[in-house]
Design a protein around this ligand. Sequence first.
Ligand SMILES: NC(=O)c1ccc[n+]([C@@H]2O[C@H](COP(=O)([O-])OP(=O)(O)OC[C@H]3O[C@@H](n4cnc5c(N)ncnc54)[C@H](O)[C@@H]3O)[C@@H](O)[C@H]2O)c1
Length: 258
Amino acid sequence: MLNLTGKNALVTGIANNRSIAWGIAQQLHKAGANLGITYLPDEKGRMEKKVAELVEPLNPSLFLPCNVQDEAQIQTAFDAIRDKWGRLDILIHCLAFANKDDLSGDFSKTSRQGFSLALDVSAYSLIQLSGAAKPLMTEGGSIVTLTYLGGVRVVPNYNVMGIAKAALEMNVRYLASELGPQNIRVNGISAGPIRTLASSAVGGILDMIHHVEKVAPLRRTVTQVEVGNTAAFLCSDLASGITGQILYVDAGYEIMGM
Ligand SMILES: NC(=O)c1ccc[n+]([C@@H]2O[C@H](COP(=O)([O-])OP(=O)(O)OC[C@H]3O[C@@H](n4cnc5c(N)ncnc54)[C@H](O)[C@@H]3O)[C@@H](O)[C@H]2O)c1
């Protein structure tokens, strides 16, 4: 029943084989989606090479640079989607960034620059990419972003990223409200802690994972593929009645009071 054949899906946020976006891309591919992949370009072209090698088995029909802080790159990427595909069905927003200094220690020391950077890359980017996707989602669509419990409750060291995730989750609701009449659904997945490049910047991430393994109802944390399965579900017709929601894929940790 979960069939994404004929759907064009843009996946952002793959940095390596630990990325949650990589788990999502694999599961969308398995479900039959035609993939476009974006990567964060760097001066030496290292990320382009690494990500290109990784995603090759998924045969992406588009492979594009997209730094969400660069308006021109976003425009170029969505122009390429329009020219090559004509229509976009699925947008996976799976990226975030904050200065490492702002992901440990006293929250009250967060700098204005660090606050703006985290909110810009991690939350504003969903508005930007959804706005660019809207005119291309001519037959409806599904937008999925990735969030974390630290946007709803205080998690030690998550600090400014918690504020960014709170904004991101509210973005999901406002976007769902605006885009719903066009049959575009917008949802967030709140994933349990997973070791990735981004999460390794959060102070004490291993302690967080061990705590979840002790306390979560399933006595473990989750995998990138489990998050990918949920993303594939949210992008499919099986989830046609779901929009504006934050779905927890965290082995049940969120329900626990202690
Ligand atoms: N790993 C976890 O424990 C966890 C839990 C819940 C939610 N998340 C969220 O999942 C998403 C993916 O993170 P991940 O853990 O897979 O780590 P990751 O490091 O693999 O992915 C983060 C991605 O963000 C991209 N990125 C950073 N700045 C960018 C910019 N300016 N423009 C474009 N791309 C940019 C990076 O290139 C990278 O691909 C993030 O939103 C993260 O907050 C992660």
